[in-house]
Design a protein around this ligand. Structure first.
Ligand code: ADE
Ligand code: ZN
Length: 342
C-alpha cells in the first residue's frame, strides 16, 4: 500500500459488504416526491430542501417519527422496486459487492399494503441489480419491537410462503422500554423455519438488552451494540463468540447516541478485539452512505488503510453468504490492497 495516499480514495475503491441498512431509510427526498406524485399522495413538505431541513433529530424516536411518515407514500410494487433499485445502484457506485437489507413489513401492513406487494417489489429489484450490475443482496425482515410481539408472530406466518427470498429476521424500532426478551418466542419460531437471526441492541438501550439478544434470541450478529462497552463481561463474551457487530457511526452521531464523531467508540471496540463492521443504517436521513461512514471514522479516529481493510474483510466474513463466496470476496480486498496506489 502506498504511504502518502488519500484515505478517501482508498475507501472509494475498497470492496466491501453492507450488513445494516434499512431500505426505508434509503428513501431520498427526490424519489419520495416522485412516488408521492404518481400515487396522488400529499406530503407535508413543499420541497426537497424543506424535507432535508427537517432531518434534525434529538433521539431515535424523533427520527423514527419522520422515517415512518416518509414510508407512507409507498403503495405499489413498483414503489418498493424503485426504492430498492435506487439503493442498489448507489451501493454499486460505492463498491459494495454484497448487501443485506432490512425491511419493515409491519410498517407497510399498518397502511393496508400486502406482504406480497412489498416482497415482490424489493426482490424484483435485487434480481435485476444482480443481473444488470453484478451486486448481490439479501433481505432481512425486521420486527418492530415497539409493537406487540403477537403482531410479529403474525408477520412471521405471512412471510413463510416467501422464505426462500428472506435470509433472516431482525428486530428494530424504538429500543428503550422494549427489551429483546419479549421476542423470544417469535425468534424461536423463526429459527425453526430456517431464518438466520440478528437484532438491534445496545443502540440507545443498555448492555442488558444485548445479553438478551445473545442468550434468548440467539442472534448471529448484533446491530449497533455500542453500549456493550459498558459491560466488561459482555465484551469478553462477544469477543469469545466472535459475534459480528454492525456499527453505524453517522447514525449514532445524528441520533445523539454519541455526542461527536471524535468520541465514537468504534476504535475502542476494535482495540478490545470486537468483530466490527461499518454500515450506513438510514443513509438518506443521516448524511451519508457507507463510504461517508468509513471516511468520517477514518478521519476522526485516525484509522489507517490497514484498519479499514480489516473492517472491509470483516464485513464479508460476517455476511450470510456461503463460505467459498466469502473467501473470493475477502481475496478481492487483498488484490485491491496490492494494486492500490494512492
Ligand atoms: N429503524 C430504522 N433505523 C433504525 C435505527 N437506527 N434503530 C432502530 N430502528 C431503526
Ligand atoms: Zn438500524
Amino acid at each position: 500500500m502506498g504511504k502518502n495516499t488519500s484515505v478517501g480514495k482508498y475507501i472509494e475503491g475498497l470492496p466491501k459488504a453492507e450488513l445494516h441498512v434499512h431500505i426505508e431509510g434509503t428513501f431520498e427526498p427526490e424519489l419520495m416526491f416522485k412516488i408521492a406524485g404518481r400515487n396522488n399522495i400529499k406530503i407535508k413538505y413543499r420541497s426537497v430542501e424543506e424535507v432535508r431541513a427537517a432531518y434534525k433529530f434529538n433521539d431515535l424516536q424523533d427520527f423514527l417519527d419522520i422515517y415512518y411518515e416518509g414510508t407512507s407514500v409507498l403503495r405499489e410494487e413498483k414503489d418498493f422496486y424503485d426504492l430498492a433499485y435506487a439503493y442498489l445502484e448507489k451501493a454499486c457506485e460505492q463498491n459494495i459487492l454484497h448487501s443485506e437489507i432490512f425491511f419493515d413489513p409491519q410498517t407497510h401492513a399498518a397502511r393496508g399494503i400486502k406482504f406480497k406487494t412489498v416482497i415482490d417489489g424489493l426482490y424484483g429489484a435485487i434480481e435485476d441489480a444482480l443481473k444488470k450490475r453484478g451486486i448481490s443482496a439479501k433481505l432481512i425482515m425486521c420486527f418492530l419491537r415497539d409493537v406487540d410481539p403477537v403482531s410479529a408472530m403474525k408477520t412471521l406466518q405471512e412471510a413463510l410462503p416467501y422464505k426462500d427470498r428472506i435470509v433472516g429476521v431482525g428486530l428494530d424500532s424504538a429500543e428503550v422500554g422494549h427489551p429483546a426478551s419479549s421476542f423470544k418466542e417469535v425468534f424461536d419460531e423463526a429459527r425453526k423455519n430456517g431464518f438466520l437471526t440478528v437484532a438491534h441492541a445496545g443502540e440507545e438501550g443498555p448492555a442488558e438488552y444485548i445479553w438478551q439478544a445473545l442468550e434468548l434470541l440467539k442472534v448471529l450478529r448484533v446491530d449497533h451494540c455500542i453500549h456493550a462497552l459498558d459491560d466488561k463481561k459482555l465484551v469478553e463474551e462477544l469477543v469469545r463468540r466472535k459475534i459480528p457487530l454492525t456499527v453505524c457511526p453517522l447514525s449514532n452521531v445524528k441520533l445523539k447516541v454519541v455526542d461527536n464523531i471524535k468520541h465514537h467508540p468504534l476504535k475502542k471496540m476494535m482495540e478490545k478485539g470486537l468483530f466490527v463492521t461499518i454500515n450506513s443504517d438510514d443513509p438518506a436521513y443521516f448524511g451519508g452512505y457507507i463510504n461517508e461512514n468509513y471516511l468520517a471514522v477514518a478521519k476522526a479516529l485516525e484509522l489507517g488503510e490497514q484498519d479499514l481493510s480489516v473492517i472491509a474483510k470483516n464485513s464479508f466474513r460476517a455476511s450470510f453468504i456461503g463460505e467459498s463466496e466469502k473467501e473470493k470476496l475477502i481475496n478481492k480486498v487483498d488484490t485491491y490492497n496490492s494494486s492500490f496506489e494512492g
